[in-house]
Design a protein around this ligand. Structure first.
Ligand code: T3D
Length: 259
């Protein structure tokens, strides 16, 4: 069905794999279309309750395919970013299921941005992050200028964006760019475990929590308090909330169904 990515559903977990390993999974227009489609499928599916985004081969993603940029006659960069990358970033952040970037290798340019747009980042100890844009005279895009300062602070974000130096997995963990770093050979097992754990959570509450946290990045305290009340009202009507309460009172583990 797809060519530039692979899409699999492993029980409650969808695994989306960037699949151009010979080009370090560099992004093409086709890959963007397929990714948007895949995240749309996940959103529609009742069965899928967590997503892994990862790369085939030695890289996570090297960003925009620069060979295509060189070849293409189109100089409408605004249009390309607005219609290609931006909807994908929004599809990930607004997805009502948790998304884990399983960063198996280098994540550069918009490839790094895709990882930043995910809700959690689990990195191999061989992973690295490069704000590569400056090396080709471009501006960090696909949300990088929004995510970076919020994740690592303005001082570090400025350094990463201006100098474009690679950040090792260990350094990424230290500065708050990733959540966890694991030995490369154990990455797949850790990814599966984490995604399974997320898939077993109360999915509606997770969706509302994502929304609250993202909106909170640019809301006043008053607006945020109002939003929390509104979302709590929604969460309070879910089956999973009732199950969580029952399980607590019955001193057993809850079995959430994502409803
Ligand atoms: O245009 C628009 O629409 C605007 C949007 C822009 C969004 C962006 O993402 S701009 C940023 C684009 N990405 C980059 O600038 C990163 C370019 N790549 C690199 O800096 C390095 O390749 C890496 C740091 C990612 C990895 O370095 P390394 O030493 O591990 O690998 P390498 O030897 O450089 O690359 C291996 C191969 O992959 C090589 O091909 P070859 O020589 O074996 O045939 C290289 O050309 C190819 N490759 C790597 N990155 C890209 C790529 N081919 C096409 N596009 C790439 N982005």
């Amino acid at each position: 069905m797809y060519e530039a990515i692979r899409y699999e559903e492993r029980g409650r977990v969808a695994v989306i794999t960037l699949n151009r390993p010979d080009r370090l999974n560099a992004i093409t227009p086709q890959m963007l279309t397929e990714l948007r489609d895949a995240f749309g499928r996940v959103q529609q599916s009742d069965a899928v309750r967590a997503v892994i985004l990862t790369g085939e081969g030695r890289a996570f993603c090297a960003g925009q395919d620069l060979r295509l940029v060189e070849e293409r006659p189109d100089t409408d960069y605004r249009g390309l970013v607005e219609s290609g990358y931006n909807p994908l970033v929004e599809a990930i952040t607004s997805l009502e299921k948790p998304v884990v970037a399983v960063v198996n290798g280098v994540a550069a340019g918009a490839g790094a941005s895709l990882a930043l747009a995910c809700d959690l980042r689990l990195a191999s100890d061989r992973a690295s992050f490069v704000q590569a844009f400056v090396h080709i005279g471009l501006v960090p895009d696909s949300g990088a200028t929004w995510f970076l300062p919020r994740m690592v602070g303005l001082t570090k974000a400025m350094e990463l964006a201006l100098l474009g130096e690679p950040v090792s997995a260990e350094e990424a963990l230290r500065i708050g760019l990733v959540n966890r770093v694991v030995p490369h050979d154990e990455l797949a097992a850790h990814a599966e475990q984490l995604a399974e754990r997320l898939a077993a959570l109360p999915t509606r509450a997770i969706a509302y929590t994502k929304r609250a946290l993202y909106q909170g990045m640019h809301a006043s305290l008053r607006d945020q308090l109002a939003l929390e009340a509104e979302l709590q009202q929604l969460a309070g009507q879910t089956e999973d909330h009732r199950e969580g309460l029952r399980a607590f009172l019955e001193k057993r583990k809850p079995v959430f169904r994502g409803r």
